[in-house]
Ligand binder design. Structure first.
Ligand code: PMP
Length: 355
């Protein structure tokens, strides 16, 4: 830290992204990316836009918002485009939280929430999930006035909270905003977007990073009634009006035009997820019931860190967490059927040498 760094940020512990190693070719099952590259039409759309890169991108992202609005049956005024859904989450902490509206979220959830809270000087409360990592809606219902952040399906557990339960939390207090982060919903959950017409206090955050194969393009969006979106636009125009570059805007629209293929790919990932989970359970793993594109698992015979290290030695990267409650677990991104065969073969070897 330099002596110039503001006191405001001196105590900040930044978010630690999953490893992106360059030392060797790994099977990367650690950052929940799609195993499929973007479609050729999507790559071509970026190439064409690159020839116009001397011009700023459309600060209103109008064409993309219009396409998203049509896809999700809302109006363009109910959609904001962002540079990865992380940006929408940060904007939501800026827009909807303060000392009078602290944030609440589960103790086991996306690690960026506490970082965004601290970055923005927002007080926050972490509510423990139940022993089995499911979420008790009553905990949120009995905390009116607090801005709720829920990843649904949750990360890193993959557990989906049924929409009726999400709705109970939203309905319980119309005077606070509930942000539902649906980064993984295309792999099995049900989106809360359909509730938006009834609830002015509901914001749904989505990403292209997982289900639309565009993690590296950095594209996300949020959907909510236009008054909430206007607030986020105020923040966006006060930070970076050209937040989404023109290549990414074009890729986003082209990807939506081929959404049937994205959906098919998500179904394949979900099938591979379920068969891999069944195989792991048969090998003695505890595996949570995941609706996402990853599995969250532990084995009684190998501690989480050793399992992570032994996989790494075999060229396979998964995500290990150090939080005490989940340090025996690893989060394993679901790849192609072939990649998961490589993974389970390595798992069998590790178990043989450990038991
Ligand atoms: N929410 C959750 C729950 C996530 O796991 C991630 C991925 N790290 C994100 C949001 C952010 O995704 P992106 O910024 O790539 O859209």
């Amino acid at each position: 830290m330099s002596r110039f760094f503001s006191d405001k940020y001196a105590a900040l512990t930044p978010y630690v992204p999953g490893e992106q190693p360059r030392d060797m070719q790994y099977l990367k099952l650690n950052t929940n990316e799609s195993p499929y590259p973007p479609l050729p039409e999507v790559v071509e759309a970026a190439r064409e836009e690159a020839a116009r890169a001397h011009l700023y991108s459309d600060p209103t992202a109008f064409a993309l918002r219009q396409a998203l609005a049509a896809r999700y049956n809302v109006s363009p005024a109910e959609v904001i485009a962002v540079n990865g859904s992380d940006e929408a989450l940060n904007f939501a902490f800026m827009a909807f939280c303060d000392a009078a509206h602290p944030a609440v979220f589960p103790d086991i959830t996306y690690g960026f929430y506490p970082v965004f809270a601290r970055l923005n000087g927002v007080p926050y409360e972490e509510i423990p999930l139940r022993e089995d990592f499911t979420l008790d809606p009553e905990e949120y219902i009995r905390r009116p006035g607090k801005t709720v952040f829920l990843a649904n399906p949750n990360a890193p557990t993959g557990i989906f909270l049924p929409l009726a339960q999400v709705e109970r939390i939203v309905r319980a207090d119309p005077d606070r905003v509930v942000i539902v982060d649906e980064a993984y919903v295309d792999f099995g959950g049900e989106s809360a977007i359909k509730l938006i017409p009834q609830y002015p206090n509901l914001l749904v955050v989505r990403t292209y990073s997982k289900s639309r194969s565009l993690a590296g393009a950095r594209l996300g969006f949020a959907v909510g009634q236009s008054s909430l979106i206007t607030d986020l636009e105020t923040i966006r125009y006060s930070t970076n009006p050209y937040n989404v570059n023109r290549m990414t805007l074009a890729m986003g629209a082209a990807s939506l035009a081929h959404d049937d293929i994205n959906r098919q790919r998500c179904r394949t990932v979900a099938e591979v997820r379920d068969s891999t989970a069944a195989e792991m359970r048969s090998l003695g793993f505890d595996v949570t019931d995941s609706s996402a594109n990853f599995l969250f698992a532990r084995h009684p015979a190998v501690d989480g860190e050793s399992f992570y290290r032994k996989l790494r030695q075999r060229g396979i990267l998964v995500r290990h967490f150090t939080l005490p409650r989940i340090r025996d677990y690893n989060r394993i991104t679901v790849g192609t059927a072939e990649q998961m065969k490589t993974f389970t073969a390595a798992v069998r070897e590790i178990l043989e040498e450990s038991t």
